[in-house]
Design a protein. Structure first.
Length: 304
């Protein structure tokens, strides 16, 4: 089957199963192009819950499909590649959180949306890179454990002087960014703006003209007046930026910004997912309610 036939079959299967295809901004271009919705992980899960689709196919990594299932318990949620995971989400373990809670009963546990349902269930509230600042800065005296991304936590501490204990977790892709990478590109493109995701180390974020989650980076670069941008997040975002703003130039700040797990999903995988109903995501009934509650708390707090 050639690519054109594959795309036609995917669209036919999508209609047959009343399915909705979601693609994270970090997916391969052809996956982004065939998706019904492209976005960041929580925004996609929330939007999918509001549709009447029977099946959600989440082209992303495991925790994203799990989040979609938590918000849409009555829909079938499929992840096209079984082992597409997030190494950062997998760094957080239940034992460490339980031990921390015993030692620090006064602290609240905040989990990043990039976490498993089990970790969400053990947390008081979930946050995203877009709403973490808004929610946590409301509690200046409160002690928090922020799981699992130490870089995002450090950024919040630096910006708002919050009382946050760090968990030793990080995203390899963003954590590998260096000040040297940024300076090298800034020398080549002195008029370019550097925009970065808060999963990058603090010293790199201090070099940025703007820091934000994927959606915020997109919005900033589209509405700002510069003509060239150095992108400090996974390179997949450039596809959407270029589509929406073809006259501007968007360059990855290094060629290391590629998430292998995000790039695993191919059109063949998407086709198989729709045809065979694989791989269906289930959330353990013992943690489902608590995990959903941490997401709902975030939604309430971020709406205020
Ligand atoms: S880019 Fe980083 S945080 Fe996102 S899925 Fe890949 S490893 Fe996880």
């Amino acid at each position: 089957m050639n690519q054109k036939q594959m795309v036609q079959e995917i669209l036919a299967l999508k209609t047959k199963h009343n399915a909705l295809i979601l693609a994270h901004y970090y997916q391969n271009k052809e996956i982004q192009d065939i998706a019904d919705l492209v976005g960041d992980s929580f925004q996609l899960s929330k939007a999918a819950a509001e549709t009447n689709a029977d099946t959600i196919v989440f082209c992303g990594v495991h925790f994203m499909a799990e989040t979609a299932k938590l918000l849409s318990p009555n829909k079938r949620v499929l992840l096209p590649v079984k082992d597409a995971g997030c190494p950062m989400a997998d760094m957080a373990d239940a034992k460490s959180i339980k031990e921390y809670r015993e030692k620090h009963p006064e602290a609240s546990v905040v989990c990043y949306v990039n976490s498993t349902a089990e970790i969400k269930a053990l947390s008081d509230i979930c946050v995203t890179s877009s709403n973490a600042e808004k929610i946590l800065k409301r509690y200046p005296g409160q002690k928090f454990l922020y799981v699992p991304d130490k870089n995002l936590a450090q950024y919040l501490i630096d910006k708002h002087d919050l009382n946050i204990d760090l968990f030793e977790g990080w995203c390899d892709i963003h954590n590998d960014l260096t000040v040297e990478d940024v300076k090298t590109m800034k020398e080549k493109y002195p008029d370019a703006r550097f925009i970065a995701h808060p999963e990058a180390p603090l010293e790199v974020l201090r070099e940025a003209d703007f820091v934000g989650g994927t959606q915020a980076l997109l919005s900033y670069a589209l509405h700002d007046e510069a003509s060239t941008y150095l992108i400090g997040t996974e390179e997949g975002l450039i596809h959407e930026l270029q589509k929406q703003s073809p006259d501007k130039t968007f360059l990855p700040v290094t060629d290391k910004l590629v998430c292998e797990d995000m790039k695993k999903t191919t059109l063949e995988d998407l086709h198989r997912a729709l045809k065979e109903g694989v791989y269906e995501i289930e959330v353990d009934s013992t943690i489902r309610e608590a995990a959903e509650a941490s997401l709902r708390r975030m939604m309430e707090e971020s709406a205020q």
